[in-house]
Design a protein around this ligand. Structure first.
Ligand SMILES: Nc1ncnc2c1ncn2[C@@H]1O[C@H](COP(=O)(O)OP(=O)(O)O)[C@@H](O)[C@H]1O
Ligand SMILES: [Mg+2]
Length: 236
């Protein structure tokens, strides 16, 4: 088993119709257990990079490996399955399902991944207990568990999104600046919780943000400007 959980080599990605590449990343790795803060200004290609790691976008050239598996070699259905088995995503807008309760949103990955479901059951006895335990650890009161996602504050939605990423202990947690809508104090508190839960689950964390102030407490920092040879519009 490899200790490199994310490996990128010679990656080139250009949006359809764009005059030039958006990403040209010669080499980039994330090692098992790292909590990596990847900084980049708006427009520097952070979300594009995460979509490539999710297998939602495909690069024109280069290697992209998650846990030693080459994403490009997989058919797209297998790639989707591989992603939900091994990666928990926290999106910028959280992407909660509005008509589902907080608890059912957290349980979603267990519906799509038998691996995540089995791991949740192993860990907590049942998937429901796993979801409830995560929500409690993330300071979301029991009274809120049955509320629909639309009836939660932004900070509460953020914690539901984190619990959904963590359930069933995927090896990799990827977060796309999920804190931008919160004030600094709440951002820091959320990051402390997130890092603590990732450490408890032995998960590798890749957190991207335009806000350098959030970087303290991470085991490693990197900048898009260092890893990507193309410098985005944001740099102008
Ligand atoms: N769906 C899309 N189609 C075409 N270009 C896009 C699309 N999404 C993003 N881009 C372009 O890719 C570049 C990087 O955007 P993005 O990855 O969203 O940056 P960041 O997340 O760092 O703010 C920008 O120039 C943006 O205009
Ligand atoms: Mg973005």
């Amino acid at each position: 088993m490899t200790d490199t959980v994310i490996r990128i080599e010679g990656l080139d990605f250009r949006w359809p119709g764009a005059a030039r590449s958006c990403l040209d990343i010669p080499s980039f790795q994330v090692e098992r257990g790292e909590h990596l803060f990847l900084h980049g200004e708006s427009g520097s290609g952070k979300t594009t990079l995460l979509n490539l790691l999710a297998g939602v976008l495909t690069p024109q050239s280069g290697q992209l490996e998650l846990l030693g598996q080459n994403l490009k070699a997989m058919a797209s259905a297998r790639r989707d399955h591989y992603r939900v088995d091994h990666v928990g995503f926290i999106f910028q807008q959280f992407n909660l399902i509005p008509y589902l309760s907080a608890l059912d949103n957290v349980l979603l990955p267990c519906r799509f991944s038998s691996r995540r479901r089995l791991r949740a059951e192993e860990q907590a006895g049942s998937q429901r207990d796993a979801a409830q335990s995560l929500l409690s650890h993330l300071d979301l009161n029991e009274g809120l568990w049955s509320r629909s996602a639309t009836q939660l504050s932004v900070g509460q939605q953020q914690r539901v999104a984190a619990a959904r990423a963590l359930i069933g202990r995927p090896e990799i947690i990827i977060a796309d600046e999920p804190t931008s809508a919160l004030d600094a104090e709440r951002q820091t508190a959320f990051l402390d919780l997130l890092r603590r839960e990732c450490a408890a689950a032995n998960a590798t964390l890749l957190f991207v943000s335009h806000d350098k102030r959030l970087a303290s407490g991470f085991s490693r920092q990197a900048a898009m400007a260092e890893i990507n040879r193309i410098h985005g519009e944001g740099a102008a």
